[in-house]
Write a new protein. Structure first.
Length: 453
């Protein structure tokens, strides 16, 4: 049985993430409210690497997509026009005995409460706030539940300033907020999270072809960064489950330890949003197509993904346990955990380790660290035995550990240990940038799936 399919797999990953400072409950000293998390140094670096890979692929690597950053605080009028104020709801029931609340469409309350529930009522998931100095004179606003609307309200501005022509897209990564009724599954459903989203504007009639292309693009983003294709599948939403704005929606589902669940999605929003905002704002949001000599509202293809949910999938996919350790020389014979993350996602690209704290080895190791930090995030580590340091970096996914030893002083070479194969190469110090650069360019090393007890 693979480690990932163990019943306690999620608990083990959560424990590792907390122990190594990737993810911790927010304000835990005051008892965290749940579904809100803080990210320590390796967690921040992993999130940033996911976002950087996304920006490189979908913005920097394309001429037809431009970046945008819209405000988090959103005027009521915007979310009234989009339909969120009226329909961004979940069905809510409350137990009259314990007063707990449950999503009527998903959560099953305890059996002894099942016959003492209120009738379902709609619960709006948006966080309210107010604009103004006094509550009485303030204007109602919301913390945005998605990033999309800022791209629709800026449609005319981007057309004019960026000189874009259909087909083109706007992209942004930003915070969104949803007051979820029920939480759980760690990073899967959060109240505060980041979305990476594109609104891609196309000619009506060409939307179905573009939809298929974006499903493929979204899928290969994950597999190119090491996500196992066998654990990824497409789910076509039936008509009765489509959002009010959607002509078609396909979810990319990942096989998490608790089963298949949505990882990312692609929706065909038609021209719903531009028409609604034109109606509510009385501003012209049509596009003049010079080739066709006519005005129209473009259709919109929306590929979207949650950064934290992607982080969860990458962690689950990368996590392996090795009962008894990976080598006969393991110091403790304890079970070892390794994050086989794609090197471009790993929080720390390389760690530089002096074998001992004498013979000027720490000084040389710090020099090498400084040289490599000009290009990648590299960590200096001298605490503990060399075996313990290897294991520590295996647990947070560091692809390469560079060991400085007495031979380094003699011939200027260092030992580079590969996280996955544990193979060690002797590399001249001056060649380290080229060596690591070539490894990164080559992509993810071969991983071994260890059986779990």
């Amino acid at each position: 049985m693979n480690t990932q399919t163990r019943p306690d797999a999620m608990e083990r990953i959560v424990n590792l993430a907390k122990r190594r400072g990737l993810v911790v409950p927010s304000a835990e000293i005051y008892d965290s409210p749940g579904a809100i998390y803080d990210f320590g140094p390796p967690g921040v670096l992993l999130k940033n690497n996911i976002k950087a890979a996304w920006w490189r692929r979908f913005v920097q690597g394309r001429e037809d997509v431009v970046p945008i950053e819209s405000a988090v605080i959103t005027r009521r009028e915007v979310l009234a026009a989009s339909g969120h104020e009226a329909s961004f709801t979940d069905p809510l029931v409350e137990c009259r005995i314990c007063h707990q609340r449950f999503r009527a469409d998903e959560e099953i309350p305890p059996a002894d409460h099942a016959h003492d529930l209120t009738e379902p009522k709609s619960f709006n998931l948006m966080f309210k706030t107010a604009l103004g100095a006094t509550e009485e004179g303030a204007a109602l606003a919301y913390l945005r539940p998605e990033t999309a609307q800022g791209m629709f309200t800026n449609f005319r501005t981007i057309l004019d300033t960026a000189r874009m022509k259909v087909p083109f897209g706007m992209a942004q990564i930003g915070k969104s907020f949803r007051n979820e009724i029920t939480t759980g599954k760690w990073l899967f459903r959060l109240r505060e999270f980041e979305i990476a989203e594109i609104e891609y504007f196309v000619r009506p009639g060409e939307d179905e072809a573009w939809f298929e292309r974006w499903v493929g693009e979204w899928e290969t983003f994950f597999t190119d960064l090491g996500l196992a294709p066998a654990r990824l599948r497409r789910f076509e939403h039936p008509p009765e489950t489509l959002a009010h704005y959607s002509k078609r929606t396909v979810d990319l589902q990942y096989e998490f330890p608790y089963g298949w669940s949505e990882l990312a999605g692609i929706a065909n929003r038609t021209d719903y949003d531009l028409r609604r905002h034109q109606e509510f704002s009385a501003r012209d949001l049509t596009y003049f197509d010079e080739g066709e000599n006519r005005k129209y509202h473009p259709y919109v293809i929306e590929p979207t993904m949650g950064i934290e949910r992607a982080m969860l999938a990458f962690l689950v996919d990368a996590y392996r346990e090795y009962p008894g350790g990976r080598t006969q020389r393991s110091e403790t014979r304890e079970s070892e955990a390794v994050l086989h993350l794609h090197p471009r996602l790993a929080p720390i690209t390389a760690a530089v380790l002096p074998l001992v704290r004498r013979e000027r080895l720490p000084e040389i190791a710090r020099q090498i660290t400084g040289e490599l930090r000009a290009v990648w995030f590299v960590e200096y580590d001298e605490a503990g035995s060399i075996g313990r340091r290897y294991r520590r970096h295996d647990e947070i996914g560091t692809p390469w550990c560079i060991t400085v030893d007495s031979q380094t002083q003699q011939d200027g070479t260092v030992t580079v240990r590969d996280r996955d194969s544990m193979a060690q190469d002797r590399v001249p110090r001056q060649d380290l940038r080229e060596y690591i650069g070539q490894k990164l360019e080559a992509g993810s090393p071969t991983r071994t799936d260890a059986p779990a007890r």
